[in-house]
Design a protein around this ligand. Structure first.
Ligand SMILES: Nc1ncnc2c1ncn2[C@@H]1O[C@H](COP(=O)(O)OP(=O)(O)O)[C@@H](O)[C@H]1O
Ligand SMILES: [Mg+2]
Length: 142
């Protein structure tokens, strides 16, 4: 999927939200500036969150009291999965909210098998982003 503006990326998030079950975990991959936080802003807006959504780079996890709640983590500054446990990330993941994790590969061992993986890449021009969405395998027997 290619988007051509931040608004389009937010709209893509709102569209994806309709496919998510409460408790879903989304791992967002991609460089700084690739649009991960923009995507989370789209999720939050679609959930009716009115607060501004920014990367939780220093606090590491933000909680938004939507229904279901939205948990937004950014693991850019963690060293390893132990740090993520220290943040209680495993408990957020086990909860019934949506847990969305920027730089999720830094705590890969915490991610459940039914994690959605989204990869963000900067495109040829300033506002182009390629967003690849891998939905979890819903049929583990196949
Ligand atoms: N198509 C697009 N989708 C998302 N962001 C875009 C797009 N085009 C330009 N941008 C800009 O790129 C930046 C993305 O920043 P951000 O979402 O914070 O990235 P990340 O969280 O991946 O570091 C923002 O300044 C945003 O305005
Ligand atoms: Mg970010």
């Amino acid at each position: 999927m290619v988007t051509h503006s931040p608004a389009e990326t937010r709209r893509l998030a709102a569209d994806l939200l309709r496919e998510l079950q409460p408790g879903a975990v989304l791992a967002l991959h991609g460089d700084l500036g690739a649009g991960k936080t923009c995507f989370v802003q789209g999720l939050a807006a679609a959930l009716g969150v009115h607060q501004p959504v920014s990367s939780p780079t220093f606090t590491l996890i933000h909680e938004y009291e939507s229904t279901p709640p939205l948990y937004h983590a950014d693991l850019y500054r963690i060293r390893d999965a132990d740090d993520a446990y220290g943040l209680g990330l495993d408990e957020y993941i086990d909860g019934d909210g949506f847990t969305v994790i920027e730089w999720a590969e830094r705590a890969a061992e915490l991610l459940p098998p039914d994690t959605w993986h989204l990869t963000f890449e900067v495109g040829a021009d300033l506002t182009e982003r390629t967003i690849t969405i891998e939905s979890p395998n819903r049929n583990p027997n196949s």
